[in-house]
Structure formats: structure tokens, C-alpha cells
Design a protein around this ligand. Structure first.
Ligand code: DX5
Ligand code: ZN
Length: 234
């Protein structure tokens, strides 16, 4: 039910392959892949070439978070590179419905990402094309920022919209949260309705040494917190 998605943004890039296999072996569910273009966000990261390089290392879902503008040109490249989920920001696409359709036509799951001040209404008329709704709990562009508390109320609102849609359609949409997720707040975030948790610095910042077991304890600690959430709130 609950998925943990370490963001490789905070991984040691000199040993990226090991960093990925180690978190998956430690029990992570998805690999969160942050794509930044120094245009939509003020940072520059990784593209389809890196996605293609890591694809053979794991069967886990590669969750590509596009922080690029425009989005449509790069979508087929990520699909070919082995992405499973592709999400983008509504502000970065001229035609949101078209971009979602393009992702699905390319054989991937599609999602919209909401910045802290972006209203949730962008999802209202495209629910049937969404597999994931991702709420940013920091402003996009950098790892290691502090969780913005107003996200909790927004998560409750997104959860209500998704639950209403799921009851009507029988189709599941995941509610993902990204930014400042730590052991000490993940349970509260889950109680507000999230089911998929991106964690960059909490996982990869935990230890920079070369002990391959070092991710087991942090992922176990995140899961132990999630286990405290009452079943009725899941
Ligand atoms: C920020 C990225 C996040 C980031 C999260 O723009 O989208 O995925 O890596 O990092 P933490 O967990 O350190 O806030
Ligand atoms: Zn992200």
C-alpha cells in the first residue's frame, strides 16, 4: 500500500549504479528520478541517457519527475529510456491533457505535479488520464529543503478528490509527496493521505560511507513509522 521512492538526486553520483541497487535491496519500492533543466527550475540534473543506463540494474519502477519546460519533446525519449512513470508540472505544458495522453500513448503511467502554491483544480478534468498525483512539499529545484506544513491540508484535499474518483471509476490513482520527507514526519504525511513518499536526503544523506547495508536501517525506520498509521487512515 505505501511506497517509498528514494530520490537519486541526493545519491553519490560517482557510484550511481550501486546507490540504486543498494536502496532497492534495502526495500525501496520506486526509484525517483529528478530531471531539471535550468529553465523551469534553477538547477540542471540528469536526462534520458542516465535513465537508460540505470534501467538494466533494476525491475523497480523508475519514477521520472520532469522539472522541464516544455515537456512534450522529451517524453518519448524517457519512455524509450525505460521510464515507468512520467510526471510533469502543469505550468510547464501548454496543453496538459495532450501531454498526459502522450505519456500514456508512450506506454508509461502519467502524473501531474503540484507546486506548493499551485491549485489542485488542474486535475479536475483529467482524472481519467492520471495514474499519479504528486504534491511538492518544497519548491522544486533542490534536495534537502524543509517540508512546507501547508502541504498537509492540501494532501487531505487531494485525497478527497482521488477517493471520490476511485469510488466512481474503480481505478486507482497514487498520491505521492515530494520534499522534506523524513522519519519524524512521514507518519503525519501518511495520515494526511499520501501513499507514496519521495525521500532524497533522508535516505541518501543518511550515510555517505560505502557500507552496502547502510540503507536498510533508514528504510526500515520509515516503514516502522508508516506502520503506526491507523488502517482506517490508509
Ligand atoms: C526537488 C526534488 C525532490 C528532491 C527531494 O525538486 O523534486 O525529489 O530530491 O529531496 P529531499 O527529500 O531531500 O527533500
Ligand atoms: Zn522529485
Amino acid at each position: 500500500m505505501y511506497f517509498i521512492a528514494p530520490s537519486i538526486l541526493s545519491a553519490n553520483f560517482t557510484r550511481l549504479g550501486e546507490e540504486i541497487t543498494n536502496v532497492i535491496d534495502a526495500g525501496a519500492d520506486w526509484i525517483h528520478f529528478d530531471v531539471m533543466d535550468n529553465h523551469y527550475v534553477p538547477n540542471l540534473t540528469i536526462g534520458p541517457l542516465v535513465c537508460e543506463a540505470i534501467r538494466p540494474l533494476t525491475k523497480a519502477v523508475i519514477d521520472v519527475h520532469l522539472m522541464v519546460k516544455p515537456v512534450d519533446r522529451i517524453i518519448p525519449d524517457f519512455a524509450k529510456a525505460g521510464a515507468n512513470v512520467i510526471t510533469f508540472h502543469p505550468e510547464a505544458s501548454e496543453h496538459i491533457d495532450r501531454s498526459l495522453s502522450l505519456i500514456r500513448e508512450c506506454g508509461c503511467q502519467a502524473g501531474l505535479v503540484f507546486n506548493p502554491a499551485t491549485p489542485l483544480e488542474h486535475m479536475d478534468y483529467v482524472m481519467d488520464k492520471l495514474d499519479v498525483v504528486l504534491l511538492m512539499s518544497v519548491n522544486p529545484g533542490f534536495g534537502g529543503q524543509k517540508f512546507i506544513p501547508a502541504t498537509l491540508d492540501k494532501l487531505r484535499k487531494a485525497r478527497a478528490k482521488i477517493d471520490a474518483y476511485q469510488r466512481e471509476s474503480g481505478r486507482r490513482i497514487r498520491l505521492e509527496v515530494d520534499g522534506g520527507v523524513k522519519v519524524d514526519n512521514i507518519a503525519e504525511i501518511a495520515r494526511a493521505g499520501a501513499d507514496t513518499f519521495v525521500a532524497g536526503s533522508a535516505v541518501y544523506g543518511a550515510a555517505k560511507d560505502s557500507d552496502p547495508q547502510r540503507y536498510n536501517s533508514i528504510i526500515a525506520a520509515l516503514r516502522a513509522e508508516l506502520a503506526t498509521v491507523p488502517v482506517a487512515a490508509r
